[in-house]
Design a binder for this molecule. Structure first.
Ligand code: G6P
Ligand code: MN
Length: 456
């Protein structure tokens, strides 16, 4: 008998009882309260799992950990929760790594939204020059996580929520052999809302299935099935009856009006984000006239949300009535994907994976968003052909996919010049001189978050 044997046995015992190790990178963010709640919702399907929260923000981490532990205890769930500030320790031996953090935080998002406006360009979190810089900040970090996973958890799935989800997933899919799946809960929520507008709910205990095809935040839904019947024609009809020929752009719901108009015209449901491309002048004017940016609005709300979390964390049973990210749909979506893989359940979900010929008008090695079959092997894309996307809509999606690939490449390996050329190919920019000017302005604002090679 050697001295090390008892320790080895102990580790083996622990592993045997631990069904899967689920790691949440960014586990201290206000969004993670929703993830904690979703974990408890799915406790039966996650039975025996070990959840590790990792964040560099100790205070946020402690807060989410406290809320999560109490929710698990109250539910009597067979789950263990731990927290760490060490990325290496968190990733070690993981089966699933969920990334959900914001590189540079809300103050960087604020700059992404405000600086482009000075250049007469749309300022937004995930599209245009703002989304481009969000990608430049996020990609090195997620690529670093993938590298760590190659060493410490090579079989694990990387479930990426870090935005811009498509560009980050595109980058990591080309950089690492780790199995990465890009997530976005947008399509599920958007389809549900459109169906509700038209007076349609999913059948009891079921969900609506939908054919959503394109790239993340740049897709169309060309079928929505309720119990096997395509209800898209009813949704389109409702939109045709409610389209407002003269949208009132001062109203908060002006985005809604644009989306209804697009649905009526194209007879398909656009991603929420398509309004930026189809109505750029209207959006630019709206954003320039709006006194505060979205990040500023959120920053104004966060103190009250955190105060609520702190109050609830002190109680024996926390009861969260307001959460960042709404009612927790964000967390449920991530957990639905995770449990489909873990339990090998073979469900269909709209996710972001390499195309491999599934959408015929996009390149094979682009990461695309489409219905996938999800089981223990991960997310297998389902063949779509053109996905019901008519010719006049394919150009924009193709441009977005190719722009995203150029951005991913520049973020991983490029210079300032490579990055400017990638940005010039963004459909909202389409100007070399504008790309250069806005690039330098944003790059100097974000210098601390992006690699040196992108600054010269
Ligand atoms: C949707 C998108 C997410 C995005 C979020 C922004 O849910 O799918 O990718 O991050 O909206 O919401 P926010 O409240 O941060 O403006
Ligand atoms: Mn999204």
């Amino acid at each position: 008998m050697t001295k090390t044997q008892p320790t080895t046995t102990l580790v083996a015992e622990t592993r045997r009882h631990q069904r899967a190790k689920i790691v949440i990178i960014g586990g201290g963010s206000p969004y993670c309260a929703g993830l904690m709640r979703a974990i408890v919702h799915h406790a039966d399907e996650l039975k025996g799992c070990h959840v590790t929260l990792m964040d560099i923000n100790k205070e946020g981490l402690e807060l989410i950990y406290t809320i999560g532990s109490k929710l698990i205890k109250y539910a009597g769930a067979d789950l263990t929760l731990e927290r760490t500030t060490s990325q290496e320790d968190a990733i070690d031996g993981a089966d699933f790594v969920i990334t959900t953090f914001r590189s540079g935080g809300m103050s960087a998002r604020r700059l992404d939204e405000k600086i482009p406006l000075r250049h007469e360009l749309i300022g937004q979190e995930t599209v245009g020059p703002g989304g481009f810089f969000y990608a430049l900040r996020s990609i090195p970090v997620v690529a670093g996580i993938a590298k760590e996973m190659e060493k410490r958890a090579p079989q694990a799935f990387l479930l990426n929520y870090t935005n811009p989800s498509n560009i980050v997933t595109e980058a990591v899919a080309h950089y690492s052999g780790i199995r990465i799946i890009g997530m976005c809960d947008g399509p599920v929520n958007e389809i549900k809302e459109f169906a509700q507008m038209a007076g349609i709910e999913a059948a009891a205990g079921k969900r609506l299935r939908h054919r959503t095809v394109g790239v993340n935040h740049g897709n169309w839904t060309t079928a929505v099935w309720r119990d096997g019947i395509d209800i898209l024609p009813q949704i389109v009809q409702w939109c045709k009856e409610h389209v407002d020929s003269q949208p009132t752009m001062t109203q908060q719901n002006y985005v809604h009006e644009m989306l209804i108009q697009l649905t009526a015209e194209y007879e398909a449901i656009p991603s929420h984000y398509l309004h930026y491309y189809y109505f750029p002048e209207r959006v630019l004017q709206f954003l320039q006239e709006k006194p505060t940016s979205r990040a500023e609005d959120i920053m104004a709300d966060i103190p009250a949300i955190l105060a609520h979390y702190h109050d609830e964390a002190q109680k024996e049973v926390p009861h969260l009535t307001k959460m960042r990210g709404g009612d927790g749909g964000f967390g449920d979506f991530a957990l639905d994907i995770l449990r489909s893989i873990l339990n090998d359940s073979g469900e269909e979900w709209v996710l972001n994976v390499p195309n491999h010929g599934s959408i015929d008008f996009l390149a094979n090695d682009r990461v695309v968003e489409l219905p996938c079959y999800v089981d223990a092997r991960g997310a297998t894309p389902l063949t779509q052909g053109d996905g019901g996307i008519t010719l006049e809509r394919r150009g924009l999606i193709t441009l977005l996919a190719e722009y995203e690939a150029a951005t991913a490449r520049a973020a991983l390996w490029g210079s300032r010049r490579d990055a400017i050329k990638a940005l010039a190919s963004n459909p909202l920019v389409m100007s070399y001189s504008k790309a250069e000017a806005v690039y330098d302005d944003l790059a100097s604002a974000h210098a601390q978050y992006i690699p040196e090679r992108l600054l010269k």
